[in-house]
Design a protein around this ligand. Structure first.
Ligand code: C2O
Ligand code: CU
Length: 530
């Protein structure tokens, strides 16, 4: 089995911080480690001194005995960054790559100039250059930092970004950060070559991306829509039905359980790319990392999907999970057996480890072959860990977005301006669209600062799209109320999903599909908050 480490960091909280093999932790601005001397900026603003440097570079990584040439921030995943709520940081990014790059701090509602979107918030950092990202985060929770240039995210240019609250409200004994990734770089070509291949296959008609609108009203239970996602008559009632809603009942059409079933049954398109490997914290299932826990521990798992084209159904074998956070927001604790993680999504879950031994944490790449696995290993475990191919005990209940509510009651939906947007595809070439337009040949969407906006997204394709808004968070519209805070949400095929948000952060913000191939092929818009 793989190496394991049980580094403890009593510095933050009384809890043990479990650092899983492959990720070192950098502590920023939390006493010790990196000193935080303050400087006075020109306008009298207090600025932090450079606290941390991230270096993007070419590197060979080891993937369970196989070596792969890729690009990283030093190790895979990049080292875990821990910030403290409300404290300013300065992160210097040095570009040792052969091409330009940037870093985006995914999910953080930061100042626009630090958002890291090339051509929108900054010029890309040229090869050999560096750039300082200076920001203060108002949010706490589980985030990602990653490259926002081209298909660089599908290499190793990502890491976890954790913001510690001043006072932790949650009660648990230990925590671990788990990043679920799809991997091809250096094993089966490169992401750039893959994108070129897809483009060529589309142009020659060799590939059907399933992006086609099947006709009908787009939201009703017509033709494919009803068959694939329908509530009463479709998946969930018939054969092949595996996942249920939280009540154990057949999932209705809007439930993520229905989406999971349809993807697994091959009734919908899961993605554009088949990957040779699925990793947790940079490790394949044959050489999994082990998180050391004590028997009886309640463990907080920070589940992150930094992948480029894969939706993971994540579960802890045989154990119920309690969701306590979704993306950056705390939610009313809700019990489930599994969470669906679209690209860019995060969930914090609590899980109890009542027995000695090994427990598998599994990410099933929906609609694809393979699995991502890591282990919880109690300190008193004896014997060998389960072999990689051991049959899985599959989860039944899968949480939906409608199960996510604020702990202090659902805010009301009121007075938002609706902006409707079809998610689509251009026939005959590899081009994904939002509102019929493909970025960068797309109009910016202008909203007033302080305005409440409702994005009504209708997915007219056969693939789910994880839609992500920069600089803000949004909430699912549920009848007269709103769901928990999110910044990335899957819009299932042939479905309409509406999210509300308050445009309170001025600047030019990207709003896009977090499938990196889709974003590269046009599925992005610029939102100007003026
Ligand atoms: Cu994590 Cu614009 O992306
Ligand atoms: Cu997409």
């Amino acid at each position: 089995m793989g190496t394991e480490s049980s580094g403890s960091e009593p510095r933050f909280t009384r809890r043990r911080l479990l650092v899983v093999a492959g990720s070192a932790t950098a502590v920023v601005g939390v006493g010790g480690g990196y000193g935080l001397s303050r400087l006075l900026g020109g306008d009298g603003e207090v600025l932090p001194a450079p606290t941390l440097t991230l270096r993007a570079r070419a590197e060979e990584v080891e993937l369970g005995g196989r070596r792969a040439a890729t690009w990283t921030y030093g190790g895979l995943p990049g080292r875990e960054l821990r910030l403290r709520e409300g404290e300013p940081v300065r992160i210097r990014v040095v570009n040792d790559l052969p091409e330009p790059t940037t870093i985006h701090w995914h999910g953080i509602r930061l100042v626009n100039a630090a958002d890291g979107v090339p051509g929108m918030t900054q010029e890309p950092i040229a090869s050999g250059d560096s750039f300082d990202y200076v920001f203060t985060t108002p949010d706490t929770g589980t985030f990602i930092y990653h490259s926002h240039v081209g298909t660089q995210l599908d290499r190793g240019l990502y890491g976890a970004l954790i913001v510690e609250p001043r006072r932790e409200e949650l009660d648990y004994d230990a925590e671990a950060v788990l990043l679920f990734d799809d991997w091809l770089d250096g094993v089966a070509g490169t992401p750039d070559r893959k994108l070129a291949e897809i483009r060529e296959q589309m142009a020659t008609g060799e590939m059907d991306m399933g992006g086609m609108d099947m006709g009908g009203t787009g939201t009703g239970e017509t033709d494919m829509g009803g068959m694939v996602m329908g509530g009463g008559s479709g998946i969930g009632m018939g054969a092949g039905f595996r996942h249920t809603g939280l009540d154990g009942m057949a999932p209705s059409g809007d439930h993520l359980a229905a989406l999971a079933n349809a993807l697994e049954a091959g009734r919908l398109d899961a993605g554009d790319v088949q990957y040779p490997l699925y990793l947790v914290n940079g490790r394949p299932p044959e050489a999994p990392a082990a998180v050391r826990v004590r028997r009886g521990d309640r463990v907080r798992l920070r589940l992150i999907n930094p992948s480029s084209d894969t939706i993971f159904c994540v579960f802890v074998e045989g154990r119920p999970l309690t969701i306590v956070r979704a993306d950056s927001g705390p939610v009313e604790p809700v019990e489930t057996d599994a969470v669906m993680l679209g690209m860019g999504e995060r969930y914090d879950v609590l899980v109890d480890v009542p027995e000695s031994g090994y427990t598998r944490v599994v990410g099933m790449p929906l609609g694809k072959r393979g699995r991502a696995v890591t282990l919880l290993r109690t300190t008193d475990a004896s014997g060998a860990p389960p072999p990689a191919g051991k049959k899985l005990v599959l989860p039944r209940r899968v949480a939906s977005y409608s199960d996510l509510r604020d702990a202090d009651g659902a805010p009301r939906a009121n007075g938002a301006r609706s902006i409707r947007m079809d998610l689509g595809m251009t026939m005959g070439r590899y081009e994904w669209t939002m509102g019929g337009q493909a970025f960068p040949n797309a109009d910016p969407i202008s909203v007033r600062r302080g305005e409440r906006i409702r994005f009504v997204m209708r997915n007219r394709t056969m693939m789910p799209h994880p839609m992500h808004l920069h600089g803000h968070d949004f909430r699912l519209v549920l009848g007269s109320g709103l769901g928990g805070r999110k910044d990335t949400m899957l819009v299932p095929p042939r479905r309409e999903l509406a999210v509300e948000w308050l445009a309170d952060n001025p600047g030019a913000w990207a709003f896009h599909c977090h499938n990196v191939y889709h974003a590269e092929a046009g599925m992005m818009r610029r939102v100007d908050v003026g």
